[in-house]
Ligand binder design. Structure first.
Ligand SMILES: [Zn+2]
Length: 229
């Protein structure tokens, strides 16, 4: 029992850290977001809602600059202020914004949102706990292994989710009559819009799969669907 105590403490610590960071993320989302009131986007999200047989899609603007979309486990979709600005200045079209919203709806519908909250806010807690445990057995190198394991786990988890959410979005956009093209054109743009990460981080560490792989996956879907499958 005495030997296990540090491990149990590390796990307890990770759980507490995780709860706190999820609570913080929720609080931050609530405090720094307002419901989107944009007639051009509303027209498209209403088409998505109709295709889903729901009254409306709850979309919010999250007041941060990095270009991103986020889905809360309660079904709210958040578009960052930075992303919305790209739409306002014409860099991103309304249909492309709708494709992001459809993708985030996919994360909600497929049950990824809760796990993504862990990704978004709890990775640090997991890493800290791993460091505490590993350092007892392999001092110094333990930190490296903990960092590597956390990053690898997070990227593996979320990469599968991205393809699934893309596929959901493709089906929804097709049903709503918007089509897959805006999804593909946005992927091409995303590479330049989120340039900060590209080229610096090795591919296997990126939480989002490579753009050309995501486009290729969508094209395989199109072929399958047009073959009457
Ligand atoms: Zn995603």
């Amino acid at each position: 029992m005495l030997k296990l105590t540090p491990i149990l403490l590390a796990i307890a610590y990770a759980v507490v850290m995780y709860r706190i960071s999820v609570w913080r993320t929720h609080r931050d989302l609530d405090a720094r977001s307002t419901e989107l009131a944009d007639p051009r986007l509303k027209r498209l999200t209403d088409r998505l809602a109709a295709a889903l047989n729901i009254a409306r899609v709850p979309v919010y603007i999250y007041e941060i600059d990095p270009v991103n979309g986020l889905a809360a486990p309660d079904g709210r979709i958040f578009i960052t202020r930075g992303f919305y600005r790209k739409f306002q200045n014409g860099e991103v079209s309304a249909e492309e914004m709708a494709s992001v919203i459809a993708h985030e709806l996919g994360h909600v519908a497929l049950g990824h949102a809760r796990r993504r909250m862990i990704d978004f806010s709890g990775q640090n807690a997991l890493r800290t706990a791993l460091i505490l445990v590993l350092n007892r057995f392999i001092p110094l190198i333990g930190v490296w292994i903990a960092n590597g394991l956390t990053a690898l786990l997070a990227s593996r988890l979320s990469r599968g989710d991205e393809y699934e959410a893309d596929e959901y979005a493709a089906a929804l956009l097709t049903k709503a009559g918007i089509g897959i093209e805006p999804q593909k054109s946005l992927f091409r743009k995303l590479e330049t819009l989120t340039q900060a990460r590209a080229g610096v981080v090795p591919a296997w560490l990126m939480s989002h799969p490579k753009t050309d792989e995501r486009i290729a996956a969508l094209e395989r879907l199109e072929t399958r669907w047009s073959d009457g499958g």
